[in-house]
Structures are given as C-alpha cells and as structure tokens.
Design a protein around this ligand. Structure first.
Ligand code: ATP
Ligand code: MG
Ligand code: FE
Length: 344
C-alpha cells in the first residue's frame, strides 16, 4: 500500500508518502519555529494560518519527491487529533478534499498513535511492546498490544516532560525551542552541582510529575547571581536533565515488570530526540534484558511519515473513515481513558 500522510496538529506542517514495505518515499516537514519564536511558544492562531498557507505546496512536494501521482496513492491519512484544533481542522479538511476529489479512502490518525507506531516503521517490532511516549504534550507509559490497542500504565499527573524542558529553557534564557537548547547547554554542565528534587522516584505505580522540578529549577536559578553566568546555566540544565533521566529510568523499570518478559522497550515523541535520555533508557533495557528501539531523531519529532505509517497499519486492518469524521482537540490513546466521562 502507498499512503499519503498529513500532519498539522501543532507547529509543524508536514506531508509524506510511505509504502507498506516501510520505504519512506518522501517526508517533508516545514517547521514554523521562526513564526512563533518572538512569543516564546506556539501561538495557535498563527499556527493555523501558517498551515493554511503551506500545506498545499508541501503535499505537492511530497508527491513530487516520491515520484508518484495522487492517482497512485491507496489512501490518505491525516492527523485528526489531539492537538491545536485550528491546525487539525486545516490538515483533516485538506485530506477530506483530496480523498473526495481523487476517490481515495480517508483514514483519520491519532497523532499519539503516529508516535506510538513509529518504531514499526523503522524496524520489525512485534507486539506487545512497552512504549515510553515523551513529547510536548504527553508523558506516558503504554502497553502497545496491537494496532489501536493501547493500555496506559502511567502518565504525568501535571506537566508533560517536553513542557518541563521548554519551561526550563525559558527560565534559564536558553531560547526556543527549549528541548534541544537544554540538551546543548547541559553538554557543558555538571549534572551533580545542584541537588534538585527527584519527583516520584521510589513511589509505587508508573506515574510522572514534573511541576515540582520546574519550581525547583526556578528557585535555584533565582538564588544565583543575576544575570545568570553561562556555567551556572549549563550546570542547572545538566542537573535538570539528569533528574529527568533518573525519573524516566525509575518509572520505566517498574513498567517493564508489568509487561510479558522480553517485551521490547520503545521510546517515541519529541523528547526521545534527547541523547542523554536515549542512552539511559538503552542502558536500562540492556540491564533488564529487553530489546530497545528508538527511532531516528527526525522521526521522533513531529512529521508526516509517522502519520502515513499509522495510516498504513490501519488501512491493512481494514479501517476507512467517513468524510464527516470530526477533528478532536483531545483524544486519549487508551480505550479506558477514551470512554465517555473519563479524564484524558
Ligand atoms: P504531542 O505529541 O504530545 O501532541 P508535540 O507534537 O508538540 O506534542 P513533539 O513534537 O512530539 O510534541 O515534541 C516536541 C517536544 O519535544 C518539545 O517540548 C521539545 O522541547 C521536545 N524536544 C525536542 N528535542 C528535544 C531534545 N533534544 N531534548 C529534550 N526535549 C526535546
Ligand atoms: Mg512541534
Ligand atoms: Fe507530537
């Protein structure tokens, strides 16, 4: 199968063509970083307008680079949520128009499922596997039991981990986007200099919490000579990153014990681009004797190849969505949380 994927749920406008045998024929991503940088974060209305301006051209490019026409595509997959609703509407409506015009099936993809299934785009990863989903809006441990079958083992009770990176970067004046900036600064820092709280470590269950850590970073920074020296920033960034790593390892170790023995450990989402975290999770997997899979960095951050791939997995399973499919701002992955009345 050949699937066109469209992603527009946040500040990346993206289109990709992926084949069922895992070949990524094209993967075009336009980041809106420069549009949002003056505001220090993503502005929903600016994002939606930028998607409108760029999406048509990006789809054209994705098809051209793949060397295929719309007629040769088997299905059109687009992010249908969760995310900033204006952007989701732009991508999903474009996909519906293309599907109707070209007479192709439409598949609405959960953006988180795009992240969750990415490991299977890069390697033969059998179900079930343990997924640590770490992104701008989420921090969850999920048992991935099949396509569309996710069981949540743990989640953050306050901030997402990407959010914690972004806020720490802002506090330290490291610039935007925050995650890569903290990682860069941390490389020159001493991770042992500041004793920050290590939230949730040693507690039962697999939940996360990052708001206390964020507060501790703010208070520690405020107690240092102002303006902050470069070395102080680097040391604080390194200390923060080390605590996040320790929390990830502690929580993930507990989740591994809940999985059938030998189930692979997979990390996905934008924060999975962080080399320190990848190394620590890889070491944990080695120590517990489970395979470890981390997608290449360009497939960890938002892209449309992962949406096309999730589309392929659902296409194979026979799923086709109606043209009146509703975009969703909130859309939890696991069935229990998706039940009416449940909290996302
Ligand atoms: P979600 O997927 O939950 O809807 P999102 O799509 O906005 O949210 P992603 O694009 O998957 O999130 O990830 C973006 C997040 O990843 C940002 O918070 C960013 O700071 C973080 N991030 C990116 N690179 C790194 C890195 N090298 N180290 C740490 N964090 C990173
Ligand atoms: Mg983004
Ligand atoms: Fe994402």
């Amino acid at each position: 199968a050949l699937v066109l994927g469209i992603e527009s749920s946040c500040d990346e406008t993206a289109a990709a063509v992926v084949a069922g045998d895992r070949r990524i024929l094209s993967n075009v991503v336009l980041s809106q970083l420069d549009d949002h940088r003056p505001y220090g974060g993503v502005v929903p209305e600016i994002a939606a307008r930028a998607h409108v301006s760029h999406l048509d051209g990006l789809i054209r490019r994705a098809l051209d680079e793949a060397g295929v026409t719309l007629a040769e595509i088997d299905a059109i997959a687009a992010t249908a949520g969760p995310g900033l609703i204006g952007g989701v509407i732009v991508g999903l409506t474009t996909a519906k128009a293309l599907a109707l015009g070209a007479g192709k099936p439409l598949i609405g993809v959960n953006h988180l499922e795009g992240h969750a299934l990415t490991p299977r785009l890069v390697a033969e990863v059998p179900f079930p596997y343990l997924l640590l989903l770490v992104s701008g809006g989420h921090c969850q441990l999920l048992a991935v039991e099949g396509v569309g079958r996710y069981r949540r083992l743990g989640t953050t009770i306050d901030d997402a981990v990407g959010e914690a990176f972004d806020k720490t970067a802002k506090l330290l004046g490291l610039g935007y986007p925050g995650g890569p900036a903290v990682e860069r600064a941390a490389a020159a820092g001493d991770p042992a200099r500041f004793a920050l709280p290590r939230p949730m470590i040693g507690r039962p269950g697999c939940d996360f919490s990052f708001s206390g850590l964020k507060t501790a970073v703010r208070e520690t920074a405020a107690a240092l000579p102002q303006p902050l020296a470069e070395q102080d920033k680097a040391d604080l960034a390194a200390s923060f990153q080390a605590v996040v790593g320790a929390v990830m390892v502690d929580r993930t170790r507990r989740a591994i014990a809940l999985m059938p023995p030998g189930s692979p450990l997979v990390v996905a989402g934008g924060v999975a681009a962080n080399k320190h975290l990848r190394a620590r999770l890889e070491a944990l997997a080695a120590a517990t004797g489970v395979p470890f899979v981390a997608p290449p960095i360009r497939l960890c951050t938002d892209n449309a190849a992962m949406i096309a791939w999730a589309g392929i997995e659902h296409f194979r399973a026979g799923r086709r969505d109606p043209l009146d499919l509703k975009p969703r701002a909130r859309w939890p992955l696991d069935a229990a949380a998706a039940a009416p009345g449940a909290k996302a």
